[in-house]
Design a protein around this ligand. Structure first.
Ligand SMILES: C[S@@+](CC[C@H](N)C(=O)[O-])C[C@H]1O[C@@H](n2cnc3c(N)ncnc32)[C@H](O)[C@@H]1O
Length: 281
């Protein structure tokens, strides 16, 4: 079988069904060529065919490798820099109130987003060990392995402000990559999590959730369900960050927009009434 030939309708339909079933990802016709090019990296269409068969039979490793094929991990340090300032200031406020803050990067890809957050937090708290936890999750285990290692090329690190690069990046490169220093790495805890799963292995509430550039890949009902569940994990006034080009759609009533992709959790229905009753003479 030629490795350059486009995917047949049958192959693409099977891939489309698996993407939806395994990760809630909606593949459209424009993904057909993308998928063909990615499968070349795996060793060609024969490998793709073998993976489709194994994944359909329930093989966990084949499913993991297919998910890696379906996902797009484009990311970078400090994309929309003001989101990080806002999130770090919010963490400072949460710590003043409760002593600790918890943040979640829900589609962390190769780690640039949660590590940017860690740097912003260290800056705002003016200490290397702020009382903040950053949980960073993704469905793509290959991307998470890169994230855990925290080694980046000079091209990726060029997006860091100069002073951050001097303070937070180790000097000597290994295999063409430089690692972020341990105080930044220590703040971030990576876990595998599929937003399309019925159960999320995540306990407790978060003060801030980054859910940027992932909803656009998910099928519409998953998009709404994810936002609804995130809303249930944020306290009133908790902060949600989306890419500024993304929209809340059917979940708009759960949040108040602060502009440019930032939203705060609206108090759940009934909570105002209860507060008023408690305050009443
Ligand atoms: C374009 S990257 C976004 C990275 C980062 N949030 C940013 O904005 O720079 C999209 C990420 O979403 C992840 N993703 C796609 N479907 C997912 C799912 N069902 N559950 C969790 N993560 C998913 C992909 O693996 C990929 O790493």
């Amino acid at each position: 079988m030629s490795t350059c030939a486009p995917l047949t309708d049958g192959e693409f339909e099977r891939a489309r069904r698996l993407a939806l079933r395994l990760a809630g990802i909606e593949l459209s016709d424009r993904h057909r060529d993308l998928l063909r090019r990615r499968s070349e990296r795996l060793g060609g269409r024969d490998t793709l065919e073998a993976l489709l068969v194994a994944a359909e039979e329930g093989d966990a490793d084949a499913r993991r490798r297919l998910i890696e094929l379906f996902t797009t991990n484009v990311t970078g340090f400090f994309r929309h820099p003001w989101h990080f300032d806002l999130a770090a200031e919010h963490a400072l406020w949460a710590v003043h109130r409760r002593g600790r803050a918890r943040m979640w990067s829900a589609a962390a890809a190769t780690g640039e987003e949660p590590y940017s957050l860690a740097m912003a937090v260290i800056d705002v708290f003016r200490r290397d060990d702020p009382p903040v936890t950053i949980v960073a999750t993704d469905v793509d285990d290959g991307a998470l392995a890169i994230a855990r290692n925290a080694g980046y090329t000079d091209a990726a690190l060029a997006a860091l402000p100069t002073d951050h690069r001097a303070r937070f990046v180790e000097e000597s490169p290994a295999d063409g990559r430089r690692r972020l220093i341990s105080s930044v790495r220590r703040l971030v805890e990576f876990r595998s999590l599929n937003l399309a799963d019925v159960v999320w292995r995540l306990e407790g509430v978060f003060d801030v959730v980054f859910c940027r550039n992932v909803l656009m890949y998910l099928e519409a009902c998953h998009r709404y369900a994810v936002l609804e569940r995130i809303a249930s994990m944020l306290p009133s006034g908790g902060l949600l960050l989306l890419d500024p080009s993304e929209h809340l759609g059917g979940a708009a009533s759960l949040f108040v927009s602060r502009g440019d992709g930032a939203y705060t959790r609206r108090p759940p229905e009934g909570s105002v009434t209860i507060a008023r009753r408690r305050d009443a003479p």
